[in-house]
Write a protein that binds this ligand. Structure first.
Ligand SMILES: [Fe+2]
Length: 339
């Protein structure tokens, strides 16, 4: 029989020695590298030592059961993409539903046929490898964002500060986990399109000419084009495209107004502006926090910035300064701030 081109690393977790051995031998015969664990705790220790590409997981085990093991692995960033197939002698719908709830990728009902086992393992490994490649592509973009920032000593650390503050504000407003992830990643990637803007314009000491302003503004659409092909980060495109829109519709590139501007883009826009104000720039020294707050409040008053978000942001920074920062996620959204 043909061996797989590249064998996968599989962890088999089952408290039944015969079942464990059967799976191990069957998979090894197909060229896979197999590690075994008898209990849930042992499985977690094994994953911590070496991350497998796929896990075959028994449900009923003494100690930590399969649901608990799966739930912990799927709740951890480093292990959430490992496909997990539940091995179960249960055909009860309730058990299957519980498995889906904790993030199982597939189920095999005992006694299973070897051909079925191998087909599922092969197909999930293919998906896993595809995901790994997407993740790698994402990493390349983050590295690129860092490289762009490193070209300009004035903005060092800017994108991570923007990402951190945007995420904190999102938590404070009670935004969803998806929005929070967008704020963190979008905070880092929002200006990636600046790679298409000449350095002479990015680092210019004086005022930009109207033509230079136009050249600078294309960074939002260039950034969108760079990230568009990568399906796994498509949800960040609204931040990249719209972080320079203004609340009263005078921003770019689409002149969106009010809550038509995605909330994540409004947040990144405000935080980005604040961080730029409190750091030195080629064209001016840094402002004090109070000076920056005054400009943000001015933006809220003249209609260019979302007043609810500005108020929440200023309060958040002030509280942090005074050491009164509440536990993230503990504060209810400010009225009207969340669309
Ligand atoms: Fe920008």
């Amino acid at each position: 029989m043909d061996r797989p081109e590249s064998a996968g690393r599989i962890l088999v977790v089952d408290d039944n020695p015969q079942a464990r051995e059967l799976l191990r031998a069957g998979l090894m015969a197909e060229g896979y590298t197999v590690t075994v664990a008898e209990r849930g705790e042992e499985a977690l220790a094994s994953v911590a030592e070496e991350v497998p590409e796929l896990i075959l997981l028994d449900i009923n085990m003494p100690g930590l059961n399969g649901y608990e093991v799966c739930s912990r692995l799927k709740g951890t960033e480093a292990t959430r993409l490992i496909p997990i197939i539940f091995l179960t002698s249960l055909s009860d719908l309730e058990d299957k539903l519980r498995g889906i709830e904790v993030g199982a990728d597939d189920f095999l009902t005992k006694p299973f046929r070897k051909v079925e086992l191998l087909a599922r393992v092969k197909s999930l490994l293919r998906v896993k490898r595809l995901n790994d490649r997407l993740d790698n592509a994402e990493n390349v973009l983050f590295a690129l964002a860092n490289a762009i920032e490193a070209k300009d000593s004035y903005t060092e650390g800017h994108i991570f500060r923007v990402a951190t503050l945007a995420l904190k504000l999102g938590r404070r407003l009670g935004l969803s986990a998806d929005h929070q992830e967008s704020l963190w990643k979008g905070g880092i990637l929002h200006d990636i399109g600046k790679i298409g803007v000449p350095d002479a314009i990015l680092n210019k000491g004086g005022r930009l000419t109207p033509e230079e302003v136009t050249q600078m503004q294309v960074h939002v659409t260039v950034g969108e084009r760079i990230c568009q092909p990568l399906r796994s980060i498509r949800y960040l495109l609204p931040i990249i495209r719209h972080h320079h829109e203004k609340f009263n519709g005078t921003g770019y590139p689409d002149g969106l107004q009010g809550e038509a501007i995605p909330i994540t883009a409004r947040i990144v826009g405000i935080v980005d502006m604040y961080d730029a104000l409190v750091t030195d720039r080629p064209y001016r020294p840094r402002l004090s926090r109070e000076g920056a707050f005054a400009i943000l409040r001015g933006g809220a008053a003249d209609g260019t910035l979302d007043p609810g978000l500005v108020a929440s942001f200023v309060t958040m920074v002030q509280e942090e300064e005074e050491g009164l920062a509440p536990v993230p996620g503990a504060v209810a959204p400010a009225a009207g701030a969340v669309s």
